[in-house]
Design a protein around this ligand. Structure first.
Ligand code: NAD
Length: 433
């Protein structure tokens, strides 16, 4: 099939590349010229394992192209996939301006019948708005469909090629059949729904996962008070098939470009219908509070943080990605600087992105984990990169001036730490030393 994908971010680029790998003829469109230039040279503008190899392969085989010319891409294609960003407005609602602009441009470009699919996460009713906008600018017939995306950054290629399920929200039989055919090489689990339900499935799924995270984090906080160990508790809970073991890892809370904005957007969607989504509001509040556990633990160990040197390992919101959007590191580092601490930070991949977004200049960015930790008064682990897991606690002990390790992601076992004299504070587990 001939596809145009609008937006070459984490979703659009990965989807476009994977669809081309399945043998489709794909052109990916972005309005950022520098992104398109990089892609035309075979360089991925985002870090995503396995992506660059697939870009090379499919470009060489002539199935994958990149352009800033949306009209031309639309005109050559039978299916148009919208994958532009839907960030939060200050009030938490989804900002639909990129969607609306893309819909207008698509409307202005149509030259014959197309299926227009929204992959971006959009509030219920948005696909109907997209239809209205396109109709305003075009006389050509078209169908709309909602196919929300569930990939995770860091494993986006694998998730796209092997998704748990595909949701197709469509009305006409033609669009349903065509989209089932497009997606059937990816999964047997294809659920066809109405458009509004498809839009809601995406928000409900993310809100549920965020709820699981905040739930286990609150259980972890209680574990600390009653002397239980969250790792054992979560493991015992996870064997229950009704609960499942995923998303039961206690830590300093979720971040990233999806959970924070999608939970806020769903609270707003409900609020606009006079429904007070109390549970989800608490999930968001618990998540925010959880980040500051790092500061509380540091203060419990060091007292006043002023003039203390604090090493930070991990700036991305999770491992295997360079995405720093809404990463806990922003608020934690800000809180440290406010208390007069000196911060030395290291991330294997995300430092450049973090620097672009974090405007305070006091942070010293390091080129390696050791450089950040040497002669620090404490080390805080904010992201569970495997590089950190492979550094022994004994090594960390030898680098630090004072033996204080705050593990915000529980990457070390209590047994490993027991061999050292490190003061080890993790999340939901007994403190050591
Ligand atoms: P992103 O910000 O990384 O990328 C969006 C891209 O769209 C940018 O490169 C931007 O330049 C481009 N763009 C915007 N308007 C355009 C236009 N009119 N024409 C051409 N290009 C345009 O966004 P993302 O992280 O890929 O997310 C996209 C959508 O998918 C969002 O709604 C998000 O909620 C959803 N989603 C994201 C993830 C994820 O893990 N990132 C997972 C599932 C769903």
């Amino acid at each position: 099939m001939r596809l145009a994908v609008i937006g070459t971010g984490y979703v659009g680029l990965v989807s476009g590349v994977c669809f081309s790998d399945l043998g489709n003829d794909v052109v990916c469109v972005d309005k950022l010229e520098n992104k398109v230039d990089m892609l035309l040279q075979g360089i991925s503008p985002i870090y995503e394992p396995g992506l660059e190899e697939l870009i090379h392969k499919n470009k060489e085989q002539g199935r994958l192209n990149f352009t800033t010319n949306l009209a031309e891409a639309v005109q050559k294609s039978e299916i148009i996939i919208i994958a532009v960003g839907t960030p939060s407005l200050p009030n938490g609602q989804a900002n639909l301006s990129f969607i609306e602009d893309a819909a207008k441009e698509i409307g202005q470009s149509l030259n014959n019948f197309k299926i227009i699919v929204t992959k971006s996460t959009v509030p219920v009713g948005t696909n109907e708005k997209i239809k209205q906008i396109i109709s305003k600018y075009s006389q050509f017939p078209f169908e709309i469909a909602s196919v929300p995306e569930f990939l995770r950054e860091g494993t986006a290629v694998q998730d796209t090629l092997h998704p748990d399920r595909i949701i197709i929200g469509a009305t006409s039989d033609y669009a349903k059949e065509k989209l089932i055919k497009l997606h059937s090489p990816l999964s047997e689990n294809i659920l066809v729904t109405d458009i509004r339900s498809a839009e809601m499935i995406k928000y409900a799924s993310n809100a549920f996962l965020a709820t699981k995270i905040s739930f286990i984090n609150e259980i972890a906080n209680i574990c600390e008070k009653v002397g239980a160990d969250i790792t054992q508790v979560a493991s015992g809970m996870g064997y229950d098939k009704r609960i499942g073991s995923s998303f039961l890892k206690a830590g300093i809370g979720y971040g990233g470009s999806c959970f924070p904005k999608d939970t806020q957007a769903l609270i707003q969607i409900a609020g606009q219908m006079d429904y007070d989504f109390k549970l989800l509001k608490s999930v968001v509040e618990v998540n925010h509070e959880q980040r500051f556990n790092i500061i509380r633990k540091l203060e419990a160990l060091l007292g006043d943080l002023s003039e203390r040197t604090i090493a930070i390992w991990g700036l991305s919101f999770k491992p295997e990605t360079d995405d720093v959007r809404d990463a806990p590191a922003f608020e934690i580092i800000n809180a440290l600087l406010q208390r007069g601490a000196k911060v030395r930070a290291y991330d294997p991949i995300a430092t450049e992105n973090f620097k672009k977004c974090f405007t305070r200049e006091e942070v010293q960015y390091c080129l390696g984990a050791q450089e950040a930790a040497v002669q620090a008064d404490a080390l805080c682990i904010l992201t569970e990169w495997s590089e950190f897991k492979n550094i022994s606690p004994e090594m960390i002990e030898s680098w630090l001036t004072e033996p204080n390790l705050i593990d915000g992601r529980n990457i070390y076992s209590q047994e490993d730490l027991a061999k050292t004299k490190l003061n080890y504070y993790s999340i939901g587990r007994p403190n050591l030393n």
